[in-house]
Ligand binder design. Structure first.
Ligand code: PLP
Length: 407
């Protein structure tokens, strides 16, 4: 009854922060869900908002969990700075908005992620930015598409689902010679497979939603860049301010989850990429047997891959965790493969712990006409695997079971 707590008002009680001050530091990092921070003086507020003082004032401008994740992403790419965004698409939009204005022109790969193609060909077009789509694995085609007003060349390190690999260094040289910047979406590679900034990319964007977070429970993206040149400093300052102005900010909890997820990136990437190599070789060995029902196997680590040499020159020892193959029985075979329920879920994304599959015709490429898909080389029987970290024997056994059902 003498407890002084009893005499505190509701306001007293509810205005107490949950944790005053940690008595000892926990090994795990805290989550800072705060959307706003204390300012000690008016000058401090001024300096924080001007960006001349490091610190936080509004969660939209930045918060500790975004900073920690951004630092990690920049370090993974060997870049000076990184801006975390609420999704991979937000990161791509931010990178483009930081570089182009009405009247400018963008050269894009003709195999970009579908939403990215729409972002450039529909949304940027609406804002007065024109674009040309070319085969980005052909530097001559990219050179021919560059114009006086080209500001950006936008490509993906590895394309989906054909897993074509671009020569980042050649594209960077071409872009720079014409005063344009090279933006590389490295999502399908991830920094464990390729670091495009090492080969001259000016901006590296990634959807952290995929392998970097790795647990299919977060949507986030990142924009990485360098600040060693005056142009790089200006670019970074545009990226930072545009992220706050357009509201591309990521939430503290998601940043915290992705920071935790990415702690095991090296282990997961090693295992997934090694497994992908095993799966690709296993499938490829069966391709020549017509009874297997496999007509094509695509993996940049296979010597038969169109861009094998580029991949070898530019990738770490890994060739990625995605493997594409085609069932000669077409879509009906794919449905039987899926219905076999062999423990390879049909989830049209990638980068999870578990091996998953996608069917490009009915998901990522359903917006294309059958003729367009055929021209791209996307057959009705094509399956794109995202190989996970299970034991290789388990994955191969599940594949064998599903393939038997598909025949
Ligand atoms: C998934 C993906 C994106 C979009 O990322 P979100 O985080 O889902 O917005 C962009 N580019 C590529 C290559 C992707 O695979």
């Amino acid at each position: 009854m003498n407890d002084p707590q009893q005499h505190r008002t509701i306001d007293d009680v509810c205005s107490q922060p949950a944790v005053q001050e940690a008595k000892s530091l926990g090994l795990a990092s805290p989550i800072y869900p705060s959307s706003v921070y204390h300012c000690s003086t008016t000058d401090e507020a001024d300096a924080l908002l001007a960006g001349t003082l490091a610190g936080y004032i509004s969660g939209r401008e930045g918060h500790p969990n975004a900073s920690a994740l951004a630092r990690r992403c920049a370090d993974l790419h060997g870049c000076d700075e990184a801006q975390v965004c609420g999704s991979g698409m937000a990161a791509i939009a931010l990178a483009l908005l930081a570089e182009v204005s009405a009247g400018d022109h963008v050269v894009i790969s003709d195999q970009l992620y579908g939403r990215t193609t729409q972002l450039v060909s529909l949304q940027l077009a609406r804002l007065g930015v024109t674009s040309t789509a070319v085969d980005a694995t052909d530097p001559t085609a990219v050179a021919a598409a560059l114009r006086e007003n080209t500001r950006v060349v936008l490509v993906e390190t590895i394309s989906n689902p054909l897993l074509r690999v671009v020569d980042v260094r050649s594209l960077a040289e071409l872009a720079h010679a014409r005063g344009a910047v090279l933006v590389v979406d490295n999502t399908l590679a991830c920094p464990a497979v390729c670091r495009p900034a090492d080969f001259g990319a000016d901006i590296v964007v990634e959807s952290l939603t995929k392998l970097v977070n790795g647990h299919s429970d977060v949507l986030l993206g990142v924009v990485c860049t360098n600040t060693e040149s005056p142009a790089g400093c200006q670019r970074w300052s545009r990226i930072k301010s545009l992220a706050a102005i357009w509201g591309f900010t990521a939430s503290p909890f998601e940043c915290w989850l992705a920071h935790r997820g990415s702690s095991t990136l090296a282990l997961r990437a090693d295992r997934s990429c090694d497994n992908a190599g095993t799966v690709a070789r296993w499938l490829d060995a069966r391709r020549t047997d017509s009874a297997s029902g496999i007509s094509e196997v695509i993996y940049p680590g296979l010597a038969t891959h169109a861009d094998h040499a580029v991949a070898q020159a530019q990738f770490t020892r890994h060739a990625g965790y995605l493997v594409t193959f085609t069932l000669s029985g077409g879509r009906a075979s794919v449905d039987r493969f899926i219905a076999a329920g062999s423990g390879i879920p049909f989830c049209p994304s990638f980068g999870d712990l578990t091996t998953t599959l996608s069917h490009p015709e009915s998901t990522s490429h359903r917006g294309y006409s059958p003729a367009e898909r055929e021209a791209l080389g996307i057959a009705p029987g094509m399956i794109r695997l995202s190989v996970g970290i299970e034991s290789p024997d388990t994955i191969v056994a599940r594949l064998a079971e599903a393939l038997a059902a598909a025949r």
